[in-house]
Design a protein around this ligand. Structure first.
Ligand SMILES: N[C@@H](CCC(=O)N[C@@H](CS)C(=O)NCC(=O)O)C(=O)O
Length: 223
């Protein structure tokens, strides 16, 4: 009976809980979808002006992420923090490189992208409108191109892969960041198109069958 119970637990489907948006869950959704995992893609409704009464009522269910989401439920346990979830899923389903060094490099690119996002969030957070407009212009004209020059120089992989010779967490992270993170997508595109390795990663990831399949299958959401 114990054995039977073990088996049942192992077969409990993975559930990824987030809002009905891409945000902090999408990189994990890409990996689960590409790996062919039959996961439950649970989405709390959220309006264009960010109202989400259903989640507010259910918040207390998610102490593991300090009352926030995403949450990954696996084997009856809950895991919080989107980056932790992405790394766990990457390791479990083969998106974290082929050895420990490649795993560390995948992590490194994840952190590189986080640093650039953090720098951008400082610009977004400027409250004085005139100052913010000037800082935004500078961000896309100078700051982002500089960051992406440095990111480019850090890429160890070749042929459209950031690490190794197959699609990994690093590629999905870089692709998703460069193509969907910024409201000003044209500005971002101009900046990464100046960088051959980053452009190759974006192109190869966009053309990956599994990436295309998830993008065709996923719900259409405004963010
Ligand atoms: N560092 C956390 C941040 C989690 C987070 O801020 N989640 C937001 C959604 S993107 C949330 O649940 N907000 C609702 C709330 O705080 O009430 C992570 O990466 O998981």
């Amino acid at each position: 009976a114990d054995k039977h119970f073990q088996k049942q637990i192992q077969e409990m489907p993975i559930k990824l809980v987030y809002f009905n948006g891409r945000g902090l869950a999408e990189i994990t959704r890409y990996m689960l979808s590409i790996a062919g995992v039959d996961f439950e893609d649970y989405r709390y409704p959220i309006t264009a002006d960010f109202k989400r009464p259903e989640f507010d009522a259910a918040k207390s269910l998610y102490p593991e992420n300090m009352g926030r989401i995403p949450i990954l439920e696996v084997d009856g346990k809950k895991i919080g923090q989107s980056s932790t979830i992405a790394r766990y899923v990457a390791k479990k389903y083969g998106f974290a490189g082929s050895d420990e060094i490649e795993e560390a490099l995948n992590d490194m690119y994840f952190e590189h992208v986080r640093d650039i996002k953090d720098a951008y969030q400082k610009v977004r957070g400027i409250t004085n409108e005139a100052e913010k407009t000037a800082a935004m212009e500078k961000w896309f004209a100078t700051d982002l191109p500089e960051w992406l020059g440095k990111l480019e120089a850090s890429i160890v992989g070749t042929g459209g892969f950031a690490v190794g010779t197959k699609l990994s967490l690093a590629d999905i992270t870089i692709y998703y960041f460069l193509t969907t993170f910024f409201d000003n997508k044209e500005g971002a595109k101009k900046a990464y198109e100046a960088q051959p390795k980053l452009s190759a990663i974006v192109a190869a990831t966009a053309a990956h069958e599994g990436i295309k399949a998830w993008e065709a299958k996923r719900p259409v959401t405004p963010f």
